[in-house]
Design a binder for this molecule. Structure first.
Ligand code: SF4
Length: 375
């Protein structure tokens, strides 16, 4: 008998045994069953199942990539309550606004270095429009054609397209032709309006976020998805969020990776909301691995969790710990994360992965293997 089957059979709760048997038989669990995993299952039980599923999909491989971020600005027309990063336009002197040349200088700093991806996200600046960013994309591609550009959350894109009076389809095609290769997963927060209206009521809603990703998928672009968890939402809001993603993925197969993002409470309007505990974080990863059965990859973003906690997630369904980053993002350090200057060398990432007995594989953005580090 498989060890996992012995553990399932020793579970006293019949409902949980039934869910686990479905998972082992590669059957899809429904919303009620997903909720039960959050509410009733012990952490070792969901962890064991998530680890089993991860191993079926990826063996002992853990992915990372070599990347850097460009954050064009933290000036933003929106005022999400959980955001520690943005400054309103009226207070833009407290923030930053990079010029085209500033951003191209960042790209040039990596000339001759073996990075494969630039990740571009920032605030929604009222004066940085679609044409400005299309020009940036063209200039980056002219300078370094092989660099994969993953850029702009659906929130940024929604604003750019509306301001340019373009449909989502037209705007996405325009940016894709200018050099945009794929989309990150930010801005998803919690889709359900009951929560979204309380924490981020003025930006694109859940339906609009999903529509933008669907438009990208239809152009053959891959995208990613996040969920901001551990604040005022209930477990069922998390399941609802993942269910909407799972349905879209069934139709398009355009998502690569799901990235749960832990709410941090430093210097924002939700500082009175306590942060989730470490066991709660691990449960989130495990349930995501089990519920999103059509998402190939589950990522722990190490600058948000800290290095040791990111290592821990590898036992709870995670198969990707993001990239070298090179201290090029402020989003999580400004919100109080453990990593105040997030940068890791390739050697450090490889060591981190090997310490938990996994095989490090450097990937490109689309999960092609760049280098396998045999143990
Ligand atoms: S989360 Fe994004 S959209 Fe919301 S205020 Fe912050 S930068 Fe702006």
């Amino acid at each position: 008998m498989l060890p996992v089957q012995e553990l399932i059979d020793s579970e006293k709760d019949g409902d949980l045994r039934g869910i686990a048997n479905k998972i082992v038989a590669n059957e899809r669990i429904n919303e009620e069953e997903g909720l039960m995993l959050f509410e009733k299952a012990s952490l070792p039980f969901v962890g064991m199942l998530a680890n089993y599923r991860r191993e079926q999909l990826h063996g002992d491989i853990t992915y990372f990539n070599r990347n850097f971020h460009i954050e064009p600005t933290n000036v933003c027309v929106y005022a999400c309550k959980f955001c520690s990063y943005s400054r309103l336009y009226a207070h833009r002197d407290e923030g930053w606004e990079l010029t085209m040349e500033n951003m191209l200088d960042v790209v040039r700093q990596y000339d001759g270095k073996p990075v494969t991806e630039v990740h571009i996200v920032g605030g929604v600046h009222p004066k940085m429009n679609l044409e400005f960013f299309a020009e940036l994309l063209r200039k980056i591609k002219a300078h370094r054609p092989g660099l994969h550009i993953k850029g702009f959350t659906a929130v940024e894109l929604d604003y750019m397209f509306r301001k340019a009076k373009m449909s989502v389809e037209e705007g996405m095609k325009y940016l894709n032709e200018a050099g945009l290769d794929s989309l990150p997963g930010g801005g998803a927060e919690i889709f359900h309006p009951e929560v979204r209206e309380q924490i981020a009521d003025d930006k694109v809603d859940g339906t609009g976020w999903l529509y933008i990703h669907e438009a990208a998928h239809k152009l053959g672009m891959y995208t990613n998805a996040t969920m901001l968890y551990g604040h005022i939402e209930k477990y069922w809001h998390r399941i609802d969020h993942m269910e909407r993603l799972r349905r879209l993925q069934d139709r398009t197969h355009g998502f690569n990776t799901f990235i749960p993002l832990k709410f941090r409470n430093k210097d924002n309007e939700m500082s009175d909301v306590p942060e989730s505990s470490l066991p709660e974080d691990m449960k989130m990863y495990a349930v995501a691995r089990l519920y999103l059965d059509n998402f190939p990859h589950l990522k722990a973003y190490w600058p948000m969790l800290g290095r040791q906690n990111a290592q821990l997630t590898l036992g709870f369904g995670v198969n990707d710990i993001d990239g070298t980053i090179d201290d090029s993002t402020k989003i999580y350090s400004m919100a109080g994360s453990e990593e105040q200057t997030p940068a890791m060398s390739t050697e450090q990432l490889v060591t981190l992965i090997r310490q938990v007995k996994r095989k490090p594989v450097e990937r490109d953005t689309l999960y092609h293997h760049v280098q396998v580090f045999e143990n």
